[in-house]
Write a protein that binds this ligand. Structure first.
Ligand SMILES: CC(C)(COP(=O)(O)OP(=O)(O)OC[C@H]1O[C@@H](n2cnc3c(N)ncnc32)[C@H](O)[C@@H]1OP(=O)(O)O)[C@@H](O)C(=O)NCCC(=O)NCCS
Length: 190
């Protein structure tokens, strides 16, 4: 594979762990919406889309899946469901794709009951391997809130280096506070 348009819609990370493109159908939206509702308190400190005013019903999640399919089509964002033992447990994807510099950013979240098993680190490595080895990407960025120790640990565990601390760069609308982000990156040569 040499072109982004051929990025696989199914990635087998290891036995019982897969990344799957999610077709925008209502069944899938309902399943994902239930996972978000179950995890609102876990996600809300760092992912504002999970607030009930942003993701209120399964229709909102359906619109998200539909948008995601369009973004895949336009090659601007490639977002997957994380499936553990055939159950959806989270999402991971890459976006801010820049073909001139061969770079992109990675993001992820996982069901609270599935953290602490190395799932997201394995998924990061699986996506990054395809980007670096098959598509000739040169740079992948992971950004997280400075207080999000678990997310920073994923980046460090996967060999990303901290490059910056963006002080009070982002407004968290739901509690009207300015938050500080950390920027981690990995080069193909690292
Ligand atoms: C951040 C988040 C994605 C981390 O998920 P995760 O799957 O636990 O992360 P990892 O894959 O790196 O797993 C690491 C943990 O699994 C343990 N582990 C078990 N087996 C492992 C293995 N084979 N390989 C690596 N780690 C393993 C590690 O020891 C570590 O546990 P520790 O933190 O107690 O030391 C998750 O906490 C989350 O969804 N948080 C809320 C949403 C969020 O913040 N998203 C990111 C926004 S920037």
């Amino acid at each position: 594979m040499k072109e982004l348009k051929d990025f696989p819609k199914l990635i087998k990370v290891q036995d019982g762990l897969e990344l799957r493109f999610t077709e925008p159908i209502f069944e899938n939206a309902k399943e994902l919406f239930s996972l978000v509702v179950k995890n609102r308190n876990h996600l809300l400190p760092y992912l504002e889309w999970s607030h009930e005013t942003n993701t209120k019903t399964a229709e909102d999640t359906f619109r998200f899946l539909d948008k995601t399919a369009n973004e895949w089509e336009s090659q601007t964002k490639f977002d997957f469901g994380i499936f553990h033992d055939n159950n959806i447990v989270g999402r991971i994807g890459f976006f801010k794709v820049d073909l001139k510099t061969k770079s992109c950013e990675l993001g992820y979240w996982l069901d609270k009951g599935s953290v602490g098993k190395g799932i997201v680190s394995k998924c990061v490595r699986a996506i990054e391997k395809i980007l670096f080895e098959q598509l000739g990407f040169n740079r992948i960025v992971i950004k997280c809130d400075k207080n999000n120790i678990e997310s920073a640990k994923v980046a460090l565990r996967c060999g990303y280096k901290q490059e910056a601390e963006l002080r009070e760069c982002r407004l968290r609308v739901f509690n009207n506070t300015l938050t500080t982000d950390l920027v981690f990156a990995k080069l193909k040569s690292d």
